[in-house]
Unconditional design. Sequence first.
Length: 349
Amino acid sequence: MLNYLIVIAVSLVLSLGLTPLMIVASRRWDIMDIPDVRKAHNKPIPLMGGVAIYLATIVATVLYVMLFEVIPLQFNMIIAFLIGISGVTMMGLIDDILSLSPRRRLIVLFILAVIVLIGCLQFYFPKTLLEDPLLAIGTSVVVVFWIVAITNATNFTDGLDGLASSLSLVSALSFAVIFFIQGRNQLALPTTLALCGAITGFLIYNFHPAKIFMGDAGSMFIGFMLGILSIMSMSQKTIIVFVVPVFLMIVPIADMCMSILRRLLLRKPVMKPDKMHFHHILIGRFKNHRVAVLILMAVQMVFAFIGVIIYFLELYILGWILLAVLVMFAIVYTLVKVRKIKQALQIEE
């Protein structure tokens, strides 16, 4: 247990120390988030918090491996993992500086997800799955799309001070519980705990009123990590277990899926931002930044707890039934919302 406390403490202290440095660096290099009509802040905010989260996670994990003599993984697995998480962080940072097009970001994300799949994640597939080429290829395609989707879903939630970091912290802590139950104490659990410590240290500076934002570098790094951890959490299990990570990350997943459906029904570009995300709705109702974040965080905690219970008691069928009910509710809600928007547009015309 002491080793787990050490990895959390190291990542937390590093994040607490690196984040102020990123504030200074952001201002010096003019990497700032400039206010506009879609954003909640009214002054430029430093935008390199994600770099602090990335560095704290990596350094704490490497230190853990060195101190506790973790059983070495295959070299190609380590390289693929580092290329994936480092590549997505670098792409996010470039996007924060130069504003890449959504298409270019997606292309890079898919390439990085494929690299991680081939070099790392395929070893977590059940052996029976790998024996069937068609099934293995189909699963691989799903995994790549899943990682890209979770990365973008996390990015979608980065709209209020402390929101993406709070939701991601809940998800990461939940995955840590899953890995602890599984006894995955060699690398999966320490890496997840390092991520938890890094996010916590950053969140202290990021909660409203935020002194720094994680930027796309942070949201994409965390989202990519959560996508990878979700696949690792199902190691050697059947597809029925897939319901668990959905519950652990349900708020960003639901927000992304409902946003895409809404934009398709309104015949708007899927990647074009709007002000109809969960946090926009809550801000409009409660007029309080912190209340909106805490409500969404509480919802995430409830469903994450349900996900852990489903895994611990192996109630996978019940989990899928509950998820189906939630999906139906989300679809109906979105259809009603779209209908009201169309009616309002007709009145304006």
